[in-house]
Design a protein around this ligand. Sequence first.
Ligand code: NAD
Ligand code: MG
Length: 303
Amino acid sequence: MTDQANLDQYSLQDPTTQYPKPDDSWKQYQKGAGTEQEQHPKPDAGETTYRGTGRLTGRKAVVTGADSGIGRAAVIAFAREGADVVLSYLPEEEEDAKEVVQLVEQAGRKAVAFPGDLKDESYCEALIQKAVDELGGIDILANVAGKQQTQESIEDITTEQFDETFKTNVYSLFWLCKAAVKQMQPGSTIINTSSIQAYEPSPTLVDYASTKAQINAFSKGLAGQVAPKGIRVNVVAPGPIWTPLQQAGGQPTEALSEFGVQTPLGRPGQPAELAPAYVFLASAESSYVTGETLNVNGGMPTP
Ligand code: NAD
Ligand code: MG
């Protein structure tokens, strides 16, 4: 996105100017889940920058929302750190997913593309089984997929939207964690994706913000439950990050020209800036960290 974005995650950089601030050209709208193919400027998911150092050598990972945004950044980082990855995404996102599959293969790792709908319990079970069949097991589950639709008034939130938001963000987490824990050996990790919205709900994101608070509570409870098995469960809570979610109805289109400028760092984050958080929580470097939430939000205060 900028010259500086060509630097990897180890280079000394000024975080306030490392990536651009939004302007009027950022106002855009996509129907459905949205794709990176149609987003401008294109988010930085570390495609040309993320440098791995073998921190996940030989690991077997499942990542949801793997085609775009934060999930894409996590997949690229996991592969460059040495992991094989099963990629979950919606069938309509095939073009984005193809690029990610290619990047994993370029890193010399195995990519298994397995599109489907996380609102469906049987797909969630099949996704974990896919890792067992194709990778020989699962030791990292990164739940990154999510649904976010802005609505001015509670009267505009249909039961259908409410249901879809909870099915995508909460039920799928329950189904995937349940299936994964059955397969996981000691040392395995689960990373769930919450949001600043869990603590600072926007008036226009009532249903979405509720799911993110649930994800925090679910993850802390599950962390305590599976700790004796040697399985760790942690959370990444992003702030405003430039991804397809935001221009596919996640924010009012008009608000995108100001997206992320309210943070102390004064700009939106890029997916590449989330990847090290997922890698840290997936790897043995975080061996004594469980039930924790890692906020990556440009400095917005959290509880
Ligand atoms: P994104 O649109 O790139 O990723 C979301 C992904 O969710 C999609 O690519 C899609 O593959 C997946 N998904 C949605 N519904 C699905 C379904 N029914 N079945 C299967 N997959 C489905 O956007 P992102 O911002 O990278 O989102 C990743 C996560 O980060 C989400 O959980 C989101 O809530 C969270 N988050 C994002 C922000 C932000 O500002 N972008 C802030 C806080 C939290
Ligand atoms: Mg997508």
